[in-house]
Design a protein around this ligand. Structure first.
Ligand code: SAM
Length: 328
């Protein structure tokens, strides 16, 4: 089917990042403030049937890929049920998940069975104390058990997302490389983005990933590589290993011209860009009883609002939303 979702800059929208809750059980220093509790009310969230309907309409317009995210998606009750509903949609052929893995030990196998194919796990350190500090009290052991359960369940690939911060975890680059080689995970380094006050504070620890690439090139032979995925990472492979390393560089080398995604937040707001405020509220329309055809027209209209690019570098004060609100 032809994709009818083309924005004003000619970009095809092929990918929806679906936040199923803004709640999280961690308080990563660059994401949410310590002790933050000011989450949305669950009654404001779209129901699973509403989510399924919106995603079905997107798929009828040409979107093939959906990633469950949040907040922490595995905190939402009956997430396996939603996974089944989305996996059953004929137009969706790639259903993936971003998680902090704290609840993955029990959920990995049921999620795999329900139709999640690819999984990304946030893991910024392999040191217990440091993990506790960065995540505002998280337990590394629990996350690692979740990660190993995902490996056991047979997810392929499993990608580790590591936000690199100067003086915080940049001495673990090679340790994480070795860990990922050992477990056959893909490793992705991410630059900190100035989202909300937390993200802006973390910008003081910003590391340009080109420096990390140069550092790695002194120790390993890096070969340009490609990797199946819908996202913006540029990949290199380490010679004589299966390890692929992705560099996600929203700050030092943005990739807005190839942006193929939208974000649907838990309360049914479509966000056109991670770094801008352009949005379109679907929930009031859904609850007013609009038809599928009307919903399609609204979605097409929403896409025409997608801005050309984020302005993280030029206007770092601009974005007050935390990453967890939009759906990371
Ligand atoms: N809870 C899930 C997880 O941990 O993957 C999904 C949501 S989380 C917000 C998605 C990703 O956003 C994580 O990899 C996290 O590290 C990243 N993130 C959050 N705030 C960020 C920021 N200010 N800069 C860069 N990455 C950020």
């Amino acid at each position: 089917m032809t994709n009818q979702l083309i924005d004003s800059y000619g970009r095809r929208i092929e990918y929806i990042r679906l936040s199923v809750t803004d709640q999280c059980d961690l308080r990563c220093s660059y994401c949410l403030p310590k002790g933050f509790k000011d989450f949305q009310e669950p009654e404001d969230w779209l129901s699973y049937d509403e989510i399924e309907r919106v995603i079905r309409i997107f798929s009828e317009l040409g979107t093939r890929r959906v990633r469950l995210t949040g907040g922490e998606p595995l905190l939402r009750k009956d997430i396996v049920q939603l996974t089944r509903q989305l996996a059953a949609l004929p137009g969706i052929d790639d259903l993936s998940l971003s998680t902090n893995a704290t609840r993955l030990e029990k959920l990995a196998a049921p999620l795999k069975q329900a139709g999640i194919s690819r999984i990304n796990v946030s893991l910024d350190t392999l040191q217990e104390d440091r993990y506790k500090n960065i995540t505002g009290g998280g337990k590394l052991d629990k996350t690692l058990k979740g990660l190993m359960a995902a490996k056991q369940a047979g997810f392929q690939p499993i990608k580790i997302n590591m936000v690199l911060m100067k003086g915080v975890n940049d001495d673990e680059v090679e340790g994480m490389v070795e860990f990922c080689i050992e477990h056959n995970f893909t490793l992705r380094f991410i630059e900190t983005m100035p989202m909300g006050d937390t993200g802006r504070d973390a910008s003081q620890q910003f590391i340009n990933l080109l420096d990390i690439q140069n550092q790695l090139a002194k120790r390993y032979e890096l070969i340009d590589s490609i990797m199946h995925g819908a996202g913006p990472a540029r990949y290199m492979r380490i010679a004589n290993t299966e390890l692929r390393i992705g560099f996600i560089t929203p700050m030092s080398q943005h990739f807005c011209e190839t942006c193929n995604r939208l974000r649907l937040s838990a309360d049914g707001t479509l966000y056109m860009c991670l770094g801008q405020d352009h949005h379109y509220e679907l929930r009031p329309l859904l609850r007013a009883g609009i038809s599928d055809d009307e919903l399609k027209q609204h979605i097409i209209k929403a896409i025409s609002l997608k801005p050309e690019k984020h302005e993280f570098n030029d206007k770092p004060q601009k974005l007050v939303r935390f990453m967890s609100m939009t759906g990371g």
